[in-house]
Ligand binder design. Sequence first.
Ligand code: CUA
Length: 350
Amino acid sequence: MKGWMGKFKGLFLLGSLALVLSACGQENLTALEPKGYGAEKALDLIILTTVVMLFVLVIVMLIYTAVLLRYRKKKGQENYIPKQVEGNKALETIWTVIPIILLIIIAVPTVTATFDLADETGASDHLNIQVTGNQYWWHFNYEGQEIQTSQDLYIPAGEKVYLNMKSSDVIHSFWVPSISGKMDVNPENENTMFIEAYEEGVYWGKCAELCGPSHSLMDFKVVVVSQEEFDQWVEDMKNVDPKAQPQDAVAQEGQALFQENNCMGCHAIGSSPAAVGPNLTNFGSRSKIAGILEPTKENLVRWIMDPEEIKPGNKMTGNYPDVSEEEADKIAEYLLQLEPSEITPEDAGK
Ligand code: CUA
């Protein structure tokens, strides 16, 4: 390592770090391009604290360099001892007061933002959604609307939406970096937060608390649409008939298999309350399958045949009879036709 490698080790590490960090800039999954109220507040604080820290770094480095140059050992002055400043009142005061001022500069906006983001006074005038975190998926219950859905959270743009969050099992954390900060989702108590998205679009959400082997796969989406589109979606979702028969013959067979295999034991369609597994009401228009896979039939068949291969530790594995590929294909056909609303994630931001 002493050769050329040693010389370039720092450069190599810096390069790798840049490479790793470059993946953090994915569109609609970055706190650095805020598209919502909470994310905007957070970015302001990130910039402020970074500026303060850079200021401290520059001053300290300047003093450090000046001291090194001025007091380094010089020829003929080997025994020279600089003037001692121990107990110097002026110096002690300066290096106590400056950090206090810097901390106040950081603390005032931070505390103000914290109280602002925790303000729940307007909650009853706005849309309230119960969010339930589960290993490894998210359930959304629109309070007073008789709408239940999973994985894709539809909200109107430019409106405050209040989330009342609880977990059905272990601690999760609800995080949509482009829209707002994180909030822990606990099994014992309800945590609340509000989100407000400025622009229509589909925003990536992540679980931000280690919750088991598929923690990193516990993705969801926030689908932000215009108020008119949202109202239409609400109307469509309320009018769902869970027993409606699909037109297509293959999908009809799929529906029969879905019932025979007792899939409804875990997966509700329509507005019946939260069950063991994700609600499938608008499954055909979801942006992803299981939160992570592209919504193709092949992927859905793969998921139905062997969910463990895709999301280790999920609760579906082993809790239903074995299905053949042919059967899985029919069930997939049925599920992908569950599209009660014309409003889909593709419309968001178009
Ligand atoms: Cu849920 Cu990590």
